[in-house]
Design a protein around this ligand. Structure first.
Ligand SMILES: Cc1ncc(C[n+]2csc(CCOP(=O)(O)OP(=O)(O)O)c2C)c(N)n1
Ligand SMILES: [Mg+2]
Length: 325
């Protein structure tokens, strides 16, 4: 990867990390209503995959989806304002943390029901295939989703119809407070299921943005060429608890320490050094990320709440509610 592209990947990850930290701090200040599921630690999956996608590809994420919204064009200010229920939020304060959506860039939503969006991604891929657009649909989901029926139904249909869809599992070893290994019949909750559907199943270091980018680019090429879906298991770890109320004390200290040393930002910094990018460039990128997020926090704090009349707009697909009320 070109040094400039590598630096851009790094800066996007730094921006996401700082936004997640800001979301955590704002929650502690009582300014974030509702729950949040932070993706600090998962940044390389969103940013690496996004770097391998076309701008018009479809992306679907879970409630742990801030990183995907930001990798697909949402700004820290739009995201933080949404978390803080401000009129300037990404979804005008109607979505909140668990439903970040940016339809304008084909980031077709974050979903709170585990596994629910996998069949939706299959539908988007079917539509792309019928229209012959060459677009791809990508569904990002957690390891827990691999034990949900919709995961298996989606994989089967996508394989039978050879649809251009990638299933990307963010295996962070836990589904809420339960180790995935304790409740799953195979060691690799995602990749080991792929053979049952006759599709490629691969494992990648989900904390290395470059490995993710290369793997997704390769699987995307074959899907666009008509060779059908693939299942990618990206190994990662969350830095915070499952959701805002979870101190994550159930994780062994040695495991946490090992994964914190395998930080996606540190790995990207190592790659920048290897590529000969001077340290000042990295420091400047960090500084830009810091100041963008600080400005986003200030702007979101100062933004107005939504107009109560807006509660009845965007509720139905036709944009109105008149005939129903
Ligand atoms: C169908 C369904 N069952 C249960 C839940 C409650 N729930 C919310 S998150 C979660 C854990 C999911 O873990 P995983 O898929 O590994 O994603 P992670 O949170 O680790 O990113 C559960 C069980 C839900 N939202 N939807
Ligand atoms: Mg998980």
């Amino acid at each position: 990867m070109e040094p400039a592209a590598l630096l851009a990947l790094y800066e996007r990850m730094a921006l996401i990390r700082r936004t997640e930290k800001a979301a955590h701090d704002l929650f502690l200040q009582g300014l974030v209503k509702g729950t949040t599921h932070l993706a600090a630690g998962h940044e390389a999956i969103a940013v690496g995959a996004s770097a391998a996608l076309r701008d018009d590809d479809y992306v679907f994420a879970t409630y742990r989806g801030h990183h995907h919204a930001m990798a697909r064009g949402a700004t820290p200010e739009e995201c933080l304002a949404e978390l803080m229920s401000r009129a300037t939020g990404l979804c005008g304060a109607k979505g909140g943390s668990m439903h970040l959506t940016k339809a304008a860039t084909n980031m077709l939503g974050s979903y709170a029901i585990v596994g629910a969006h996998l069949p939706m991604a299959v539908g988007a891929a079917w539509s792309a295939k019928l229209r012959g657009t060459g677009q791809l649909a990508v569904a990002f989901f957690g390891d827990g989703a691999t034990n949900i029926g919709a995961f298996h139904e989606a994989l089967n249909l996508a394989a039978v119809w050879k649809l251009p869809v990638l299933f990307v599992c963010e295996n962070n070893l836990y589904m809420e407070y339960t180790p995935i290994a304790d409740v799953t019949a195979v060691p690799r909750p995602a990749a080991d299921r792929a053979p049952a559907y006759g599709i490629p199943g691969e494992v990648v270091d989900g904390n290395d943005a470059v490995s993710v980018q290369e793997t997704v680019a390769r699987l995307a090429r074959r899907a666009r060429a008509g060779d059908g879906p693939a299942l990618l298991e990206a190994e990662t770890y969350r830095h915070f608890g499952h959701s805002r109320s979870d101190p994550a004390t159930y994780r062994p200290a040695e495991e946490v320490e090992r994964w914190l040393k395998h930080d996606p930002l540190d790995i990207a910094r190592g790659r920048l050094v290897e590529a000969g990018v001077p340290e000042e460039r990295v420091t400047e990128a960090d500084e830009r990320a810091r100041s963008v997020v600080q400005e986003a926090v200030d702007a979101a704090k100062n933004a107005p709440p939504p107009d109560p009349r807006e509660a009845f707009t965007d509720v139905w697909a036709d944009g109105g509610a008149a005939w129903r009320t």
